[in-house]
Design a protein around this ligand. Structure first.
Ligand code: CMP
Length: 140
């Protein structure tokens, strides 16, 4: 098994409902370690850069508006197969399609207000982590 890092965002729908601790408990129950974490108000520029891959999608404006609508918690998660393991516990993007026991099934409100983001690959994770953390902020 490969020791990996992945990037996570606990989104504004979760911070608004005081669910950071519940999401963190579900993350830690998988064995993943939260090796960096900070609560920030994302700027519009940060959100547009972060989601640039979706800029042509019809929901892009809505997505950026949502991500800057309240505090988020950005995180680095570390563990064996961290990218796949986190995607498994997050569940499907659309919470109505997510498996029981996943974060999105248990907590998320809709495909937009879907509580968490997780990187889709190790290479993407490295890029996403570098957008929010410097090396000395990550303590494994
Ligand atoms: P995330 O994993 O953060 O990556 C892109 C996000 O776009 C995704 O989670 C959803 O929150 C959001 N998204 C995807 N499809 C839609 C949609 N049809 N309407 C609104 N938001 C969407």
């Amino acid at each position: 098994m490969a020791l990996e890092r992945t990037f996570s965002i606990i989104k504004p729908d979760a911070t608004a409902r005081n669910l950071t601790g519940k999401v963190n408990a579900m993350i830690e129950a998988t064995g993943l370690r939260i090796v960096a974490q900070k609560r920030i108000k994302m700027t519009r520029d940060q959100a547009e850069t972060f989601y640039a891959v979706h800029s042509a999608r019809p929901f892009f404006g809505e997505l950026v508006d949502f991500m800057v609508s309240g505090p988020v918690v950005v995180q680095v998660l570390e563990g064996d197969n961290a990218v796949a393991k986190y995607r498994e516990v997050m569940g499907a993007t659309d919470p109505s399609k997510a498996d029981a026991g996943t974060i999105r099934k248990e907590v998320a409100l809709s495909i937009g207000e879907n509580t968490v983001h997780g990187s889709d690959a190790v290479e993407t994770a490295a890029i996403e982590i570098a957008q929010f953390f410097s090396g000395n902020e990550i303590v494994g």
